[in-house]
Design a protein around this ligand. Structure first.
Ligand code: PAF
Length: 281
């Protein structure tokens, strides 16, 4: 695997590949890689000649200094996993390579970045859009791969790519789950054994809500049940549970078209913040 820490040598390398009509797939990550990330690498490898994985813990998307500090960093293991997965290129820049003056440029996606994650993590999506724009400009990939676990992020990045005419095909890849249903996430590594058990509440709540809504139980009642589930599970805290249109993320007061509806949830287990989502159908 070719490892680049600087932008210019990476660009020179990719220019040579593009000159001989090789296609480039980009998998942006913040490291602490798990099977979910590797499924993005596999998807990219199946559709491109060269897969570039970027690994950068982007400071501008953290609205909480301690969350940034505690974000797991496991570079040697990540390199070993990427090599095993057959990833051709790793781009792992330092902060000074990515940012001159962090946070000077802001993005505003209207209502889309004010709801759900945007409500609880102000500025988060501006930071995501900023770093993803930089990565798109640096790599200029044909295809880019994002996990559906970050459902709202995928919508934001789609809007970004469309509005700024990046000409990149975006691919949303299905969430991978542990055998007990917990969505794979780099943040799971921060859960102690007891909290790891409790973290299944996100999946069980989504599944319960989905079944209830399919049985025509009203969303207000389902919302109440999800809140009650968290209230009766010590050490957990619900931030939001919402039902929304899966394309534009308009929030619903009641579910009229289950096949267009995605359920989204976020909250804490101990000090670790987790998110998850599930389509009703
Ligand atoms: O999903 C992530 O890991 C990050 O938000 C991303 C897309 C790599 C941008 O930093």
């Amino acid at each position: 695997m070719h490892i680049f820490k600087e932008i210019e040598p990476l660009k020179v390398f990719l220019k040579q590949k593009k000159a001989v009509q090789q296609t480039i797939g980009l998998v942006p990550t913040m490291g602490a890689l798990h099977a979910g990330h590797l499924s993005l690498i596999t998807a990219s490898k199946s559709q491109n000649h060269v897969t570039v994985c970027s690994l950068y813990v982007n400071p501008t998307q953290f609205n909480n200094a301690s969350d940034l500090e505690k974000y797991p960093r496991t570079l040697p293991q990540d390199i070993a996993l990427l090599e095993k997965a057959g990833c051709e290129v790793l781009f792992s820049p330092a902060d000074h390579e990515m940012y001159g003056q962090p946070g000077q440029l802001k993005f505003d996606f209207g209502q889309l970045d004010k709801i759900l994650e945007g409500q609880f993590r102000p500025g988060h999506f501006s930071g995501v859009a900023l770093v993803v724009s930089k990565l798109f400009h640096i790599v200029q990939p044909d295809n880019a791969y994002f996990g559906k676990k970050d459902f709202q992020q995928l919508r934001i990045v789609s809007l970004l790519a469309e509005e700024l005419k990046f000409g990149i095909r975006l691919h949303g890849v299905a969430t991978l789950r542990e055998p007990d249903g917990l969505a794979m996430s780099s943040r799971n590594a921060r859960l102690n054994a007891a909290d790891r058990q409790k973290a299944t509440i996100f999946f069980s709540s989504l599944r319960m809500a989905k079944e209830a809504l399919k049985a025509n139980i009203a969303l207000t009642e389902v919302r109440k049940r999800v809140h009650q589930a968290f209230e009766s599970a010590p050490g957990t805290r619900l931030e939001y549970f919402e039902a929304a249109d899966h394309e534009n993320l308009t929030l619903f007061e009641n579910v009229k078209e289950p096949s267009r509806t995605v359920l989204l949830i976020a909250g804490f287990v101990g000090a670790v913040r987790l998110i998850d989502n599930m389509m009703i159908d």
